[in-house]
Write a protein that binds this ligand. Structure first.
Ligand code: SF4
Ligand SMILES: [Zn+2]
Length: 117
């Protein structure tokens, strides 16, 4: 269960505001929009990917204490997926789904050969 960055009390992951200190936990009052907040006297930008690569143009940079676009620079931007050949049955299923057109034609040719024999 996540905790409120301000009062450190445990809060529901869908809570829009903290029920203990009324600190906003989501942006624009929407439970689907995360609002990242710095702890204590630190700034979010110090460890944000978009500050370090100089692509952020938000006016609160570099002293943002809360931000909707924050991304921790120590984490990859896109989660790496294991190669398809290491996924086992799911990898085979995905490969068959991606090549379903070729597989359908191969099955028709195979069925035709079997019928012709
Ligand atoms: S996206 Fe937010 S946290 Fe990141 S550098 Fe810009 S203002 Fe700072
Ligand atoms: Zn709180």
């Amino acid at each position: 269960m996540p905790s409120c960055p301000k009062c450190k009390q445990p809060v529901d992951s869908q809570a829009v505001t903290c029920p203990y200190c009324n600190n906003p936990l989501k942006a624009f009052g929407h439970p689907g929009i995360p609002l990242y907040q710095s702890a204590g006297d630190s700034w979010l930008c110090d460890r944000c990917t978009y500050h370090l690569d100089d692509t952020c143009n938000f006016p609160q940079r570099p002293y943002a204490k809360s931000c909707t676009m924050f991304h921790d620079a120590s984490l990859p931007l896109v989660a790496e997926e294991p190669p398809a050949n290491q996924l086992g049955w799911m990898g085979i299923k995905n490969w068959l789904y991606r090549h379903r057109g070729i597989m359908a034609i191969a099955l028709i040719i195979l069925a035709s050969i079997i019928i012709a024999m």
